[in-house]
Write a protein that binds this ligand. Structure first.
Ligand SMILES: [Zn+2]
Ligand SMILES: [Zn+2]
Length: 227
């Protein structure tokens, strides 16, 4: 009933609390103010400080090309969207995860990208037990449904890595190395790897490497926000 009611009754904008029509995710003012990705690296979607004229890759991607071929990022990881992502990740706001998943689906549908299947970035079972859900899976579910693609649990996190936020880039790479193993064969598949926030890219690159070893032809990253 609660679910049905949500479709029929006006709800509150998750960012400002004002009333919005059923079927809308944000009010018009908040929607306009959402932090878009702007000018960014064509490979890893890292935002550029100043606008560039043509499609360009960042210095880091030129030096060490990542395993993934592209990044589809919806927002910059900044206010006010960071609050929703944080709530979806740590505070059990699965309604916000579903909302962000819908937004992601809308974004991906309008872009040139080709996946045969989606894979969520897995959590280690200890963290899954503690949190009760995997936010990447909660994002990937509405996305898979919308795009009509299979959702594969193709990768397992075998090492509980410490939180990435306080680490340097080198430490992050070391931290995630050997943290993932393939659960299944993904021979010949083009994979869309789903994550909530992409920061250094070390985690998604480690998972992408694992998927390529398991036979994937390409891995593209699909993320709500890019830091
Ligand atoms: Zn609003
Ligand atoms: Zn780049």
């Amino acid at each position: 009933m609660k679910r049905i009611g949500g479709w029929l009754l006006p709800t509150a904008c998750p960012l400002c609390g004002c009333q919005i029509a059923p079927g809308q995710d944000f009010c018009a003012d908040c929607e306009r103010a959402l932090p878009g990705i702007g000018t960014a690296c064509s490979r890893c979607a890292a935002p550029f400080e100043s606008p560039v004229l043509s499609e360009q890759t960042c210095g880091r991607c030129q030096q060490v090309p990542p395993t993934y071929t592209a990044v589809h990022a919806l927002f910059r990881y900044t206010a006010p969207i960071d609050r929703l992502i944080h709530g979806a990740k740590y505070a059990g706001r699965l309604d916000w995860a579903a909302l962000l998943g819908r937004q992601l689906a809308r974004h991906v549908r309008n872009r040139p990208c080709s996946f045969d299947a989606l894979v969520p970035v897995p959590l280690h079972r200890a963290r899954l037990r503690e949190r009760g859900y995997n936010q990447s899976l909660e994002l990937a579910r509405p996305l898979a449904k919308d795009l009509g693609l299979p959702l594969l649990h193709a990768v397992k996190r075998v090492r509980a890595t410490s939180p990435q936020t306080s680490l340097s880039r080198e430490e992050r790479i070391k931290n995630v190395r050997r943290a993932f193993v393939a659960n299944q064969d993904v021979e010949g598949l083009r994979i869309g790897l789903v994550d909530d926030v992409m920061t250094s890219g070390a985690t998604v690159d480690a998972v992408a490497r694992c998927l390529m070893k398991a036979g994937a032809t390409t891995v593209e990253i699909v993320t709500v926000a890019r830091a």
